[in-house]
Design a protein around this ligand. Sequence first.
Ligand SMILES: Nc1ncnc2c1ncn2[C@@H]1O[C@H](COP(=O)(O)OP(=O)(O)OP(=O)(O)O)[C@@H](O)[C@H]1O
Ligand SMILES: [K+]
Ligand SMILES: [Mg+2]
Length: 722
Amino acid sequence: MTPQAPARAHRPRTQPPDTDGRSYRVGAGTLDPTQLWRALPQALRKLNPATLVRNPVMFVTEVGAALTTGLAVASPSVFGWLITVWLWLTVVFANLAEAVAESRGRAQADSLRRTRRQTTARRLTGRHPDSPGLPHDEQEVSAAELRRGDFVVVEAGELVPGDGDVVQGVASVDESAITGESAPVIRESGGDRCAVTGGTRVLSDRIVVRITQEPGASFLDRMISLVEGAKRQKTPNELALNLLLVALTFVFLMATVTLQPMAIFSTQVMGSVPDTGAINSDGVTGIVLVSLLVCLIPTTIGALLSAIGIAGMDRMVQRNVLAMSGRAVEAAGDVHTLLLDKTGTITFGNRRAALFLPVAHVRDRELASAALLSSLADETPEGRSVVTLAREQYGLDTVPHADAQWVPFSATTRMSGVDLGGPGARSLRKGAATAVADWVREQGGIVPAGLDALVKRVSMSGGTPLAVAETVDGTARVLGIIHLKDMVKPGLSERFRQLRAMGIRTVMITGDNPATAAAIAAEAGVDDFLAEATPEDKLALIKQEQAGGKLVAMTGDGTNDAPALAQADVGVAMNTGTSAAKEAGNMVDLDSDPTKIIEIVEIGKQLLITRGALTAFSITNDIAKYFAILPAMFAGVYPALGALNIMDLHSPLSAILSAVIFNAVVIVALIPLALRGVRYRPSSASALLTRNLWVYGLGGIIAPFLAIKFIDVALVQFIPGI
Ligand SMILES: Nc1ncnc2c1ncn2[C@@H]1O[C@H](COP(=O)(O)OP(=O)(O)OP(=O)(O)O)[C@@H](O)[C@H]1O
Ligand SMILES: [K+]
Ligand SMILES: [Mg+2]
């Protein structure tokens, strides 16, 4: 009856992970020039000073452009108008960078919005639908009316009307509207795969869903606002960098305003070189001052900073990861330890009973019957699989007593079972071997020596042993073992090796016993493992790692992982997991691929590297620009400076205009790099830093000299008399 989960393909929608995995593939990051053109209206809208003021460097540039416009109008000159046009272009180019970055998410948001169709829901009223077999009433309501705590029925062919957890039944669900993955997935009550998302379609069977979201706050709503960047907030790192940029801008503003040499420049150079035509007018001094200021302040990084951040989030979406905050993306770039939950994360989480192994003097049919009885009300996938196996292999059709007291499974007790009343009172328990052994001893029973051997046998193979025991009339005894089988997701050890190369330690944490944990850990290739971990243990381990100042990432799927996911700096919930896990983490992987963390870390590192590299470029480039034009400007005043005029620029004014043009053009030239990100290859952080400082710092020094000379030569060709 129970459908088998198809082996899900862990394949991102748009880009396959690199097979060699060593470098980040570009693909979605490349820029199509028409994108720039289409983003232009949005860029012009962003000229509004009220919005631009959030970007202080560009705001100062805009004020400067307004100022030169006034000066150029008051006393028109070719030089004055050219500078004015290029200053405005500088601001437009910066806005363009942001607008292009935003436009990429918008297309995705539009397609998601189409998924969010108005649906009707079959809401259950009256009796609690959790209790099986009880009649209940159905009512048709609009999906928009559903509140947290409502119960709805969804049958084959119908759309799930809202986010929630399956509380009854099993169904195959088509989630392609959200994940882009066409293979159907199994959603079932009780276990870690109970969460369903509004907008997905049920393909088979019938499920009852408890709604977990209030209207307007659904997963789809969050996805839409996320890809649109509507709720994007500056991260702490961005805020800090912004502060530095503001400080630099302020320093240069003061320096420019009070610049003593400028006074000399205006009185002596302007006065003594009357033959340059354009510089006779009074407005020129002001225009030159504004130009120098804009060249000096960090306009390059100021223009690209927000595009870099948006592009980072966008790259996550491209990889089918929804990052709820930019902060988490940045933290991913610095992660030191990665904790992974075993069942459902490292393994498929499809643990099924495969075999009954009785201890000596117990018949396997007796064990199967006890296992069946103890599982009749166990709604976990494990519990249901025990029922299925007992019925199929032994043809058992045991039904529970009316007065049976069910003991549900909990991750803390690690047991489930039933207390049957009546004469000769009988209790049954199944669960982790240590937990069941303790229970038997508590009841005054003896744990047979043979149990250990059975537990070992199952554990060594990577299986999960569930011990079964009973007490009848006060006499407790162990009956045997149920062998639960699960499968390790393929290809993990190679990916964990890559994480090691990136300097990240992987630790598997599981509620399972140490022997099973060791076997699975070896097969998956993690560095370390922690077994028999309760939800509190998982949380404590994260806090302990963090206490050493390290950033910790955690991937998990279960409700028992939720506290840990919330505590981790980067908490990645599997999309197949429970709503609790998805709520607690700050990222959701739609592909439910535990090795996705590699790409997440790469994107995080790439974001940090790109921002660092472009900041270095921006600052060195500003200073270099200054030294490139300085000798030309003052050669007339201090002939000694003429020796430094290795650039041999045509005139003071053409030097300044060239610098302003370069300053604007370099923004557009760097938009593709800002969106795509600087290439990342696994290597130590300090080696990376050194390399990038050299490349981008040196590049920042050399580029202005070459570019300004080139522009100067061109200007003289086209604008005679400059
Ligand atoms: N339905 C059940 N009834 C009784 N015992 C169970 C049941 N399901 C699991 N167990 C036992 O409880 C242990 C802990 O389960 P829990 O779900 O907390 O962790 P896990 O799924 O094994 O590991 P992970 O934390 O990696 O998901 C299991 O290893 C198993 O021995
Ligand atoms: K600048
Ligand atoms: Mg789990």
